[in-house]
Design a protein around this ligand. Sequence first.
Ligand code: PRP
Length: 214
Amino acid sequence: MTTLALAKGRLQDATLARLAQAGIVVSPEQLESRRLVLTDAAGEYRFLLVKPGDVPIYVEHGVAQAGVCGRDVLLETEPDVYEPLDLGFGVCRLVVAGYPNADWRQTNRLSKMRVATKYPNVTQRHFQTRATPVEIIPLTGSVELAPVLGLADCIVDIVETGQTLAENGLVMLEEIATVSARCIVNRAAFHLDRARITQLLKRLAPSNDQGDGP
Ligand code: PRP
């Protein structure tokens, strides 16, 4: 059996839909249960449903041969895995956001700009490239609250529809990257089980585009 680590949350339904399109079907009974390890109807695949940030950990350590998570997670954690396939769904933007009049570009600030984020590494690298020292305030969710309550001057977060920003009076100030769901593969597993992994990638590809090959 091939084991896949799948991100719970915003990518879960689209991931299961893509698997179903590829003929890899998980029964509704399993999906409705609280089980964290699921199998497909044909008994070919085993799925681990884990937090998005944990997907690369399971894949890098070889517990799962492959996985599906957002590119935002990969940019943040830089795991040592192959990233052969852009699945094309879950498209979001990773952005700097804040109040429309935020003085985030000013270089003559007396204090470091405070940036709240779930992506401390991406944030650090981004502001380093513009030679702007920042104080990173790491949060694990509802990041938009931070500027609203004065905890931070701006945020770095993903934006999908833009609704959360708009409803909290915030705007996108700068785009850092476009992100979407990616299939990642354990390096050793790819070489040891190349035929099966290649077949899986072909089945999951949105078209015949296989992205950047490993
Ligand atoms: C993400 C992100 C934003 C929101 C953006 O959070 O961190 O808060 O979605 O989506 P939108 O542009 O469509 O409004 P998520 O829903 O994953 O929850 P979290 O804040 O608890 O991390």
